[in-house]
Ligand binder design. Structure first.
Ligand code: SF4
Length: 406
């Protein structure tokens, strides 16, 4: 099936058609990834995860999340390591608790809400990078929701659209389009390049690649777990050679694939147009309802990153967010410390790790990326090397240096 031209000088390429009704692979266990319509029962109430494709949070959506958090939840929205938001402490039986989120357009597809996992380089079109991928995540989200077969993806399956700087490509996505120039790029399956794809075709090819992944019939949820997923998807898509040199190629301005867990630094960012953007970090990735309403007042749209930071593309200044308690500079200890839910939110936790994390931040003694957890499951651990502090029954913490790669 022809899906479009790459650019004027290159030939049209074809993608092998995928059967319209892909048979969902048998799952060995239930997909427990929470959503808005399928919240998870936690010790402190229901937990709802709100997908934000590309991390885009509009002012209207921020206000809706704030209302839901303050009226029905624990009063805050919690950033996740996939650039999503979570609400905790919700009363499951309350029919009004989540209707405000649906009304704000945060659940555009009941059948696909948990598979709308799309990262995008948050500074794309603002500062650096190769291509301007703003809007691609939204178009990919719409295409995913319009493809019935993709409802069978796992809630853990991750798409990424990388503008060439390698930031979200390093977050272990299952499928990633990564720019090489302003108009050309490459498709990666579980990190392996499988073919050249123009920016104009990225959405179509990512959808076809996801369908192709499902057609492999594997019971595994992630592409990295399936033997030779990259080779098998590549064979189905028959894309041009990923190593093909492009006559319009230029050098990446921001290097190759970054270390996982490394996003834009907190602080002011000089935009390509000479203005200033701002990257801020809420303490422990927690946005109070007042924080959300402040962000909604300051910007028509903010970007939630998978590094638990927020990008304000065109802030009026740094003072309002600094006064609200956000970390606004890289030397803030708050930028180094994260924590799982801990007690009382998680019944497995041996400690109130979030209170301990706040104490650690206040001590200003932390010098390395540090993640506190209430048990060995290590939920929410950042990608990349970090210090893991694991709570013990006696109130102490074990200490180890670790790195999660997937
Ligand atoms: S790491 Fe353990 S204590 Fe923390 S949220 Fe996960 S299961 Fe609960």
């Amino acid at each position: 099936m022809t899906i479009g031209s790459r650019h004027a000088r290159n030939a049209v390429f074809t993608v092998t058609a995928v059967p319209p009704s892909v048979v969902p692979p048998p799952r060995l266990r239930a997909d427990a990834c929470p959503g808005v319509l399928a919240p998870h029962d936690a010790a402190d109430g229901a937990l709802a995860r709100i997908r934000l494709p590309g991390g885009v949070l509009t002012a209207a959506a921020a206000r809706a999340v704030a209302d839901c958090a303050s009226q029905h939840g624990d009063g805050a929205a919690h950033l996740t390591s996939r650039g999503n938001l979570q609400l905790r402490g919700l009363r499951r039986a309350d029919p009004h608790a989540l209707s405000v989120l649906v009304g704000a357009g945060l659940v555009p597809s009941p059948t696909h809400e948990r598979v709308r996992n799309v990262l995008a380089s948050p500074l794309s079109g603002i500062a650096g990078g190769f291509a301007d991928v703003r809007g691609v995540a939204a178009r990919l989200d719409a295409a995913i929701c319009a493809t019935p077969a993709l409802a069978a993806l796992s809630g853990r399956f991750l798409f990424a659209v990388d503008d060439g700087r390698g930031d979200v490509a390093a977050e272990a996505p299952d499928l990633c389009w990564r720019a090489r120039t302003s108009t050309t790029g490459v498709l990666l399956v579980a990190g392996t390049p499988v073919g050249a794809v123009a920016l104009a075709d990225a959405v179509d090819v990512l959808v076809k690649a996801a369908e192709s992944f499902l057609s492999l019939g594997s019971a595994e949820w992630r592409a990295a777990e399936v033997p030779d997923a990259a080779g098998r998807v590549a064979a189905a898509l028959a894309l041009p050679d990923a190593n093909e040199r492009h006559s319009d190629a230029t050098e990446l301005r921001d290097g190759g694939v970054r270390s996982p867990g490394v996003g834009p630094e907190v602080g002011e960012v000089l935009r390509d147009d000479g203005a200033r953007a701002l990257v801020v970090a809420p303490v422990l990735g927690e946005l109070s309802a007042d924080d959300l309403r402040l962000l909604a007042r300051l910007s028509p749209q903010v970007l939630v990153t998978p590094w638990r930071t927020i990008v304000l593309p065109s802030p009026e200044g740094i003072d309002p967010v600094a006064a609200a308690g956000f970390a606004v500079a890289t030397d803030s200890p708050a930028t180094l410390v994260s924590a799982c839910a801990g007690s009382p939110g998680c019944a497995k936790s041996r400690a109130d790790v979030r209170t301990d994390a706040r104490t650690l931040i206040a001590s200003a003694s932390v010098t390395d990326r540090t993640h506190l957890v209430g048990c060995e499951r290590r939920c929410g651990a950042p990608h990349g090397t970090h210090v893991a502090l694991v709570a013990q029954a006696d109130g102490s913490y074990t200490h180890s240096v670790t790195g999660r790669t997937a």
